[in-house]
Design a protein around this ligand. Sequence first.
Ligand SMILES: Cc1cc2nc3c(=O)[nH]c(=O)nc-3n(C[C@H](O)[C@H](O)[C@H](O)COP(=O)(O)OP(=O)(O)OC[C@H]3O[C@@H](n4cnc5c(N)ncnc54)[C@H](O)[C@@H]3O)c2cc1C
Length: 421
Amino acid sequence: MKAAYDIVAVGGGPAGLAAAISARDAGCGSILVIERDRELGGILNQCIHNGFGLITFDEELTGPEYAARFEEQALSGGIDFMLDTMVIDVSADKLVTVVSRAEGLVQIQAKAVVLAMGCRERPRGALNIPGFRPAGIYSAGTAQRLVNIEGFMPGREVVILGSGDIGLIMARRMTLEGAHVACVAELMPYSGGLKRNIVQCLDDFGIPLLLSHTVVRIEGQKRVEAVVIAEVDGRGKPIPGTEVTYPCDTLLLSVGLIPENELSLSAGVELSPVTRGPVVNEILETNIPGIFAAGNVLHVHDLVDYVSQEAAVAGRNAAAFVAGNLDDEVGEIPLVATDGIRYTVPQSIDPSRMADELVVRFRVGNVYENRYISVYFDDERVKHLKRSILAPGEMEQVKLKKAELAAKPGLKTITFKLEEA
Ligand SMILES: Cc1cc2nc3c(=O)[nH]c(=O)nc-3n(C[C@H](O)[C@H](O)[C@H](O)COP(=O)(O)OP(=O)(O)OC[C@H]3O[C@@H](n4cnc5c(N)ncnc54)[C@H](O)[C@@H]3O)c2cc1C
């Protein structure tokens, strides 16, 4: 391990690996990936179900298989790794402070940093559910790790709160391991997960999805004995008289993911209040020159293939930054998300520096049928893309071409919105 590297990737999940590989392939010869876990691969190591890699490899892989393909490429040379090592600080001038049992406290000077720390699960404390604090309440991701990696069953009679993808996947997983999943309760009138997961993980196993429902009480002092679930009104308030008690020994929470950005904040990186990830431009660079971001730390993704694509862009541009090959910024055009579209990544584009084709990713704020995704260059509508269904659980994307923007000198704003069919 050296005291200085051209590029340091913080996190050895799919984003950190893809960024490091693309930076190496772009000619950067000094790259370090730092991972706090004892192995590379990130969250994919505990995702032993299939469904990964359909876009990248045109194959259905498990999470560990998908990760292994990137690990092989990364380990084939030109990239250094520190495992079991926690990054505890990244400064604006890219001094990376790490701590590990083997090395102690070490500082590494980078010329560019790729933030790839992924995200964490929202805990029970954020939910204000009345009741005691008995054993048997787990985040869905913790339960997934216990079952798939540690080999423990958290319980036998299960209720799941929240219909994000991890909750849906765990409903199926617990059932396959012999537990009974009574229901998945979801506060919103729509699921937060992918349609394919609702079909394959709930419908195929006869597990009810209770939309517009939430847990209003947890019973049991030492161990969960039951949860009380009630219907909610349009404002998310429980409707008196709709309470139903579900006896259970386990409550799994799948109530949202939060990008892991404490390090970004300490480096002075500006975060978006909507994505809770860094605000980035067309090269996925944050407001701090030379600090890039990709993957779930930037915004929560539905498919890992998009994480890998995005991280490759960040890695390639980090290499260009180090080599001094980035064109000077001429002028950033802000991207505005409105009328049903919650955010875009990136949040601004400099047409002079963008690639020939740029993928803009975003999510909608509700379930919509028969809408158009419209893109406006100032007042002129330049894209009008029909979608029969749009849902918050599925990430959307639109490609913008450099030539389209070049044809519009003086462009002030690019607006993304939904329009009625
Ligand atoms: C349950 C579940 C099911 C999924 N199912 C699918 C699916 O079927 N198909 C699909 O395509 N995608 C699926 N996904 C999504 C996919 O797994 C993620 O999009 C992807 O793993 C995100 O990659 P990442 O590198 O951004 O984050 P992560 O995989 O979370 O990697 C981040 C890494 O950074 C490390 N790290 C964080 N902070 C530090 C620090 N301070 N110092 C050092 N290291 C640090 C972490 O230990 C971790 O290894 C699923 C995700 C989950 C959780």
